[in-house]
Ligand binder design. Sequence first.
Ligand SMILES: *Cc1c(COP(=O)(O)O)cnc(C)c1O
Length: 401
Amino acid sequence: MTWQDDAGRDLVRSFGPRMAMFVRGEGAYLWDADGRRYLDFLAGIAVTSLGHAHPVFVEAVASQAATLAHVSNYFATPPQLALAARLKRLAGTGESGRVYFANSGAEANEAAFKLARLHGGVDRPRILALTQSFHGRTMGTLALTGKPALQQPFLPMIPGVEFIDSTANALEAAMDDRVAALIVEPIKGEAGVVDLPEGYLAAAREITQRHGALLIIDEIQTGAGRTGEWFAFQHAGITPDAITVAKGIGGGFPIGALVTFATASELFYPGTHGSTFGGNPLGTAVADAVLAEIERADLLANATERGAQIREAIARIDSPLVSGCRGAGLLVGVGLRHPVAKDVVLAAQARGLIINAPNDDTVRLVPALNIGDVEIDEFATLFADALAAVATQSTDRKDSL
Ligand SMILES: *Cc1c(COP(=O)(O)O)cnc(C)c1O
């Protein structure tokens, strides 16, 4: 029996066949079960912010596990309060901010959905979300996700959500005083690292505020320093009513959070939401240590600089397949001129480089935030080889290249 046989028999079929079996990681590298080394430019989909087996992460898990792992939300713990205070400071909520802890991105967005309902009540049953958005796989977050194909097998959806195009005009046209909230990704990661139009967040802030609707920003993929600011909304200089975070804040430990601003912080009251695991001392100690290390090592600056370096390296490759780069900092979407992104991913893996394809014509690069220039040089060589191999295959197949 191979691991492929075991996986095919024992694991749920909602995921496609696993592409490799990884047994170990260190820094920017992964090793498979045959001892082969891979350069990891996916980082578990923007999750392992400090790379694999970083000493700060390892020490935080080990020492908190040996001290106190879990007590329930009947009680407070020092790591939980430390992380709440840190998230409030990094998000810039000021005194009036509050933090709800969850275990994943979807759970953070479920809390945001309930926040919108608490704000809207029966008078504001409408919630606006963007076409092509991704907010999670649970029934609530799927209802917020603007991808009909993902919703279709699970209809009917939770009512009240309407999808609009990502323009200020579409928002203005859809908005009225029956809208409870607008939820937005600052960069649509799962749609293929698609940027919002210039000025969209500022317009969205003005329009939602004018109508008394909440502006909720999903920072699950863009947060924790990935775009060069702690949270991507900070590039726009606005103040939202709530943000959701997960992925990179735990550095590989499953944790999510809803951070509320100003009066949105007063919407939840006792009995309206909860989670057994959410905010436990183990998860919060690890996330607090990961964020402290991102701060100490100034990985926001590294995300900006290395992101620019990756974009320059891709421009130098000069492949006929590449149309250009999208995203910000170390959230890079490489646009392709043909729907061969999955072939590029396989060609890269065959050469020892892990990347992924959020759609048919985009390759996503989301390495650890502490990635260095040696790894970027190595990436550039492997990625150029993979692109060249796919360009040749396509020509051989007499595709329209
Ligand atoms: C990954 C992601 C989610 C869902 O997070 P999970 O931890 O997989 O539930 C939600 N929103 C965005 C923008 C994401 O990238």
